[in-house]
Design a protein around this ligand. Structure first.
Ligand code: ADP
Length: 546
């Protein structure tokens, strides 16, 4: 039809052009092995992305080539995000915390032909390279002075140096006009069951996700914000932050390996005047413990965004009461780019009485624009949005995966076009969704469901508890009963009976776990979640023994 709006494709290249033109002076700060505090501007970042794209052309990598990374959040990783995607290739971020055989499996499944790695992963690479099928070139993301020692392992003898690859390349690149349906990045779900599965993002889905996530009632990032993604860039593109922040012109603060160290994070927040920080609950639990122990404050920080696992109430309370920081609960998955819901108040909800506010903030939030949600029962029928009935959570939208990379069939997509998340949830009349469990973690006691997440949240509210996990273990009468596994804070004590009495006042009596096990450490998966599969294995017979 004549006069219709311009059909300009939505591409990551558009974000690059926008930031380079409008925010060239804004800073990107990072920590790498060779730079304790690296600092440059978006202008320089995107000039170096152009240099890298020129180098990749020189190496004759074809369009659509998968380029893998094993790297932390830092400036070189950011350059790769843009250099690879905007030249029509696919950035394949891989989680270095997975087991070597899982990493090799994922890189082979993706068919990656080139691999960029932080130099500290040299020992890991020596184990990996004999199993890599398609990779021809490895590049260490550092300068010549910081290359790891030579290794006889396959591919490593000829490994290249990132800074040498860029040296002499022109800082301009003739970015191609891409179709917005071109793939730009590939992430694998952590595969807590079966093999990991690849989720292939398009330029269009990436831009739409970034626009939706940037909104004021969502991450609310502005050109005046300093944003710290503690969530790794290999974990669903750090929740889209490397696209959202350049799009809005905010300052990007990338913690590198410091993401695992509360002292480094606190120092970055305070010296770089970070206003928004994002990460999984375990990060904040450790950070809050550090703050409590040292008495350090966070004057610049306004908001934290917590997702990836249910956020304990204690985290929200402590950020609010001790630091005046608002905590927003968010939910998402690799398959949803990842943002699906975000918790921000509606009119009239900003000043609720404390208990009502806490109950609301514990929910995972309302749909972001672009993600439709419904809950369904076992028969596939939609269930009421009454805040009580729980069912399988299904979603659809332009940044939800339609299937998995290289797989013809998906058993988690419905015939009517919805993706079954594998989460069990309620949705209330205001549209707030609350996860009660993952389908496979639900505890079925005498045919009734018990929410492990709710029990865990109450438990970490106890002042002596550092971390808690609740699993279902076999029981002769009830088929399954909850078992509580607890890590205490250093120097704290609480008895089994006192802890159970603490819970008894907070949940239905039959929800109270049958026993408590105190452990020095709870196992986590490669994405930092409690490894319930391992715990279930370990404590399978715990109640039978009694
Ligand atoms: P994986 O599915 O491989 O563990 P994802 O990062 O895709 O990796 O994890 C998505 C899952 O994480 C969701 O399906 C949900 O079970 C859980 N999750 C994410 N955010 C939250 C949250 N805020 N509260 C509870 N669970 C969450």
């Amino acid at each position: 039809m004549q006069g219709l709006m311009m059909d300009v494709p939505l591409t990551v290249t558009g974000i690059l052009r926008h930031a380079r033109l409008n925010h060239p002076e804004q800073q990107v700060v990072s920590i790498t092995a060779d730079h304790p505090r690296h600092r440059y501007t978006y202008g320089e970042a995107f000039a170096r992305s152009a240099q890298l794209a020129n180098a990749l052309d020189r190496l004759q990598l074809p369009a659509g080539a998968r380029i893998a990374t094993l790297a932390w959040n830092d400036f070189r990783h950011l350059e790769l995000f843009y250099a690879v995607a905007c030249a029509g290739r696919i950035l394949h971020t891989v989680n270095p915390r997975l087991l070597p055989e899982q990493i090799a499996w994922i890189i082979n499944d993706a068919g990656a032909t080139m691999l960029f790695a932080a130099p500290e992963f040299a020992p890991l690479l020596a184990k990996l390279t004999p199993h890599l099928v398609h990779v021809r070139t490895i590049v260490f993301m550092t300068g010549p002075a910081h290359l790891p020692p030579a290794s006889p392992a396959p591919l490593l003898a000829d490994a290249r140096c990132y800074e040498q690859l860029l040296a002499g390349e022109p800082p301009e690149f003739n970015w191609p006009d891409l179709d917005e349906r071109t793939a730009c990045s590939l992430c694998y779900t952590s595969g807590t069951t079966g093999h990991p599965k690849g989720v292939l993002y398009s330029h269009r889905s990436t831009v739409l996700h970034a626009m939706a996530a940037a909104g004021a009632d969502v991450m609310g990032v502005t050109a005046r914000d300093g944003v710290l993604p503690v969530v790794p860039m290999f974990h669903v593109n750090a929740w889209g932050i490397p696209f959202i922040v350049p799009m809005t012109g905010g300052k990007l603060v990338l913690p590198g390996r410091g993401a695992g160290d509360p002292a480094t994070l606190v120092d970055l927040i305070n010296t770089e005047r970070v206003t928004v920080a994002l990460g999984v609950p375990t990060v904040w639990l450790a950070l809050l413990q550090y703050l409590a122990a040292t008495g350090v404050r966070l004057p610049s920080l306004k908001r934290t965004v917590v997702g990836g696992a249910a956020c304990p109430q204690a985290v929200i309370d402590e950020f609010r009461d001790r630091h005046g920081v608002e905590t927003h609960h968010a939910w998402g998955m690799t398959e949803t780019s990842p943002l699906g819901t975000f918790n921000s108040p509606k009119p009239g909800q900003e000043k609720l009485p404390l208990e009502a506010a806490r109950a609301l903030q514990a929910k995972q939030g309302r749909s972001v624009f672009g993600v439709e949600m419904r809950i369904v029962g076992d028969d596939g029928h939609e269930l009421p949005r009454d805040g009580r009935t729980f069912g399988s959570l299904q979603v659809r939208g332009p940044f939800v995966a339609s299937g998995y990379y290289g797989m013809e069939k998906s058993d988690v997509h419905t015939v009517d076009g919805w993706f079954d998340t594998g989460d069990v949830a309620t949705i209330d009349p205001d549209g707030y969704m609350q996860i009660t469990d993952r389908t496979k973690d639900v505890i079925k006691s005498g045919g009734e469901w018990i929410s492990s997440i709710e029990l865990e949240n109450h438990t970490v509210g106890h002042p002596a508890v550092a971390e808690a996990a609740v699993i279902g273990v076999a029981h002769p009468k009830w088929s399954e009963r909850p078992l509580l596994i607890v890590v205490l804070k250093p120097g704290e004590t609480v008895s089994r009976d006192d802890l159970l009495a603490f819970l008894a006042g907070k949940v239905a009596s039959w929800w109270v776990p049958d026993d408590v096990v105190f452990v020095p450490e709870i196992p986590h998966t490669g994405t930092g979640k409690i490894n319930k599969i391992q715990l279930r294995e370990q404590y399978r017979d715990h109640l039978k023994k009694e």
